[in-house]
Ligand binder design. Structure first.
Ligand code: HEC
Ligand code: HEC
Ligand code: HEC
Ligand code: HEC
Ligand code: HEC
Ligand code: HEC
Length: 487
């Protein structure tokens, strides 16, 4: 028999099995850590096994050791606790192994658990682990002004409670992802959103009066020349005026409470709202026949207007216009604006990305075959470049697998492609005293310059009348833009 180096009571089958389990778990953990370091890649599932599951097994094994020893002593009907005698070499070795082992274990697991924590809070985790599900938001986020802001900064919040809440929620979602049982497109609550105030005001200070916000738009018509027309808007963002002590402009809503009821999931239809002004007086605005609804009301906050700041799905119109302006799509190709819009509309019908990408080239060819076949030869090289640019636009903004694009996720900023501000400011919401929330153009912005398709520029800092690019279109004055231009 081999010489027994450890404390005598260790030599029972339970304690020895415990030691074996612990050693195996330790070996596996170590190997997996080395593999992870060697590959230089973090993998959350491997991480969970390495830093959480294996250490749990290790601890279980370690606990079995004293348990086995305690059983031996009980069998021997000894009531006293085992004595530890450091002068006894067997005891000394046992104690040393146990102490060093435990210390190594604690250091490794706390270090590892922190790694898992950090990784599970990273964009890679949100975007890649839930790969197909979160791809639309993860990709569009990279093109946004908040590309450097982590998903969790807006979606989870800091602190242990937020973390736990999100992760408990996440377990449900993980099951959904594994079984393929999730909504397409994904909708809120993505991990239970906090209010815009809590999210956005950790970085932005609406107390600042933002004054006027300059927007420059270069747009192209759907005619043969894709005629360019340009306008510059000054949008009255405003904020809190420290001198008058009053709020004004679009950020007026941040300082006055507006509660509203929506009849649809995307909150695009708002028949009823109540304002509580800073002096605590209240007023109700409602469309004809609407009364205070049952159930919870929503508060207007940052995300009521800036709902796509984290990840926006560009409309084909804005995306194509921007590409023409930058020269990615040549303005020289006849009818290129109309052809591009048509191509993206065809691609949007595809069931998956591969077919969508293929549809773009095909649709462009079909379009010119029908409208102007000479273009295909004459502008062959420019059309190749344009096709690639349209594929880039499609790649970044259309996600057929998740049924996500600009139509499924309307942008509430403005009123061109979605109701946005005109959900309330449409001239149809009336208060008891007869006042309406007006759709008066100058209530929100002034057009200070306009260059018509002939290249003639007019400008006036006090504001110009809006000129609709289609002279035949007369209804635009009393029909909101989105009713004709929306999806
Ligand atoms: C600047 C803040 C911000 C950041 C950063 C951000 N989001 Fe969002 N996200 C929002 C807001 C606001 C909404 C709610 C949109 C609405 O009200 O319709 C939202 C909605 C969502 C939704 C629900 C579906 C949708 O698009 O409306 C998902 C899923 C989502 N975000 C995932 C992500 C992922 C993944 C990341 C990181 C790659 C991320 N978000 C980064 C602010 C942010
Ligand atoms: C972690 C800090 C952070 C958070 C949280 C954050 N932002 Fe920002 N935001 C920034 C920074 C930095 C910029 C400037 C980025 C740039 O111009 O490239 C910016 C720019 C903006 C702009 C102007 C640029 C544009 O795209 O129009 C708006 C509007 C804006 N943020 C709104 C919001 C809203 C709404 C939220 C909440 C949903 C939010 N931000 C949350 C840091 C943040
Ligand atoms: C009623 C709608 C509305 C609400 C609510 C709202 N905003 Fe805005 N905000 C606007 C508009 C309109 C602009 C002009 C920018 C544009 O057209 O894209 C703007 C612009 C901004 C800008 C850019 C200003 C600049 O000069 O660079 C920031 C930052 C911003 N908002 C942050 C916030 C934050 C933070 C909140 C919540 C506390 C908030 N907004 C609430 C409508 C709103
Ligand atoms: C949920 C409904 C709602 C939405 C959405 C909304 N508003 Fe308002 N807005 C109101 C109400 C209510 C008032 C107060 C009207 C009053 O008291 O006469 C108001 C007032 C205003 C004012 C006047 C502020 C002042 O100085 O008195 C401006 C400017 C304004 N909104 C701009 C916007 C813009 C721009 C958007 C879109 C980005 C927008 N609003 C979206 C409900 C809304
Ligand atoms: C309740 C506020 C509000 C009212 C009323 C309003 N607008 Fe706007 N409008 C906005 C905001 C906010 C934007 C900026 C959208 C953005 O940042 O892309 C905008 C954008 C625009 C644009 C640029 C659209 C683009 O993408 O090319 C035009 C043109 C425009 N408005 C015309 C009008 C006209 C004409 C009227 C009157 C019939 C009007 N607006 C009434 C708030 C308003
Ligand atoms: C009654 C329907 C209708 C309304 C309302 C309407 N439009 Fe149009 N719009 C058209 C038609 C039709 C065209 C012609 C198609 C073309 O040449 O692009 C057009 C073309 C345009 C274009 C050039 C092409 C493009 O898609 O970019 C712009 C910009 C535009 N409209 C802006 C607006 C704005 C801003 C409003 C709201 C103030 C508005 N329209 C309201 C019907 C309408």
């Amino acid at each position: 028999m081999r010489k027994r180096r450890l404390i005598e009571s260790f030599y029972n089958w339970i304690s020895m099995a415990g030691a074996l389990i612990a050693l195996t778990a330790f070996g596996v953990t170590l190997t997996m850590m080395m593999l992870e370091w060697a590959s230089g890649r973090e993998n959350i599932y491997l991480g969970i096994v390495t830093y959480i599951a294996m250490p749990a097994v290790l601890i279980f094994g370690l606990l079995l050791i004293p348990f086995g020893m305690w059983r031996v002593r009980r069998k021997e009907q000894r009531a006293d606790l085992p004595t530890l005698d450091l002068n006894n070499p067997k005891h000394r070795l046992t104690a040393t192994i146990f102490t060093i082992g435990s210390m190594v274990l604690i250091v490794f697991t706390s270090f590892g658990t922190y790694e898992v924590y950090e990784f599970s809070e990273s964009n890679a985790f949100c975007g890649e682990t839930c790969h197909a599900v979160m791809t639309p938001q993860a990709t569009t986020n990279q093109h946004s002004s908040h590309a450097e802001v982590e998903c969790v900064t807006c979606h989870v919040g800091s602190g242990a409670t937020h973390y736990l809440k999100a992760k408990l929620n996440g377990v449900n979602q993980l099951i959904g992802v594994l079984t393929g049982d999730y909504a397409r497109p994904v909708r809120l609550p993505a991990h239970g959103m906090r209010t815009g105030k809590e999210i956005c005001q950790s970085c932005h200070v609406p107390e600042n009066d933002h004054g006027l916000y300059h927007q420059h738009f270069e747009r192209y018509k759907m005619n043969k020349k894709s005629s360019r027309h340009v306008y510059d808007l000054l949008i009255d963002v405003g904020g809190f005026d420290r001198v008058s002590g009053e709020a004004n402009g679009a950020h007026w809503h941040v300082f006055n409470k507006v509660e509203y009821a929506a009849t649809d999931e995307l909150m695009q239809e708002i028949p009823w709202m109540q304002v509580t002004y800073t002096d605590q007086s209240t007023r109700v605005f409602a469309v004809e026949g609407a009364s205070k609804p049952e159930g919870a009301l929503h508060n207007v906050d940052c995300t009521t207007c800036h709902n796509r700041k984290g990840h926006e799905f560009a409309t084909p119109f804005h995306a194509v216009d921007a590409a023409i302006t930058k020269g990615y799509i040549s303005h020289e190709i006849p009818r290129i604006k109309a052809a591009s819009i048509e191509a993206l509309a065809e691609a949007a019908k595809a069931e998956d990305k591969t077919n969508g990408l293929a549809a773009i080239g095909e649709a462009l060819r079909t379009y010119y075959d029908d409208e102007d076949p000479d273009v295909l030869d004459e502008f062959a090289s420019q059309l190749d470049v344009a096709t690639q640019s349209l594929k880039d636009i499609y790649q970044a903004n259309y996600y057929p697998e998740m049924k996500s694009n600009w139509t499924s996720h309307p942008n509430n900023m403005g009123h061109f492609y979605a109701p946005g501000c005109a959900r309330c400011h449409d001239g149809k919401h009336q208060a008891d005293d007869g006042e309406t929330l007006s759709y008066e153009c100058s209530g929100c912005h002034t057009i200070i310059a306009y260059e018509n398709p002939k290249g003639e520029l007019t400008s006036d800092l006090t504001g110009l009348e809006y000129v609709h690019p289609d002279p035949d279109e007369e209804d635009w004055t009393d029909t909101p833009c989105y009713e004709c231009h929306g999806p």
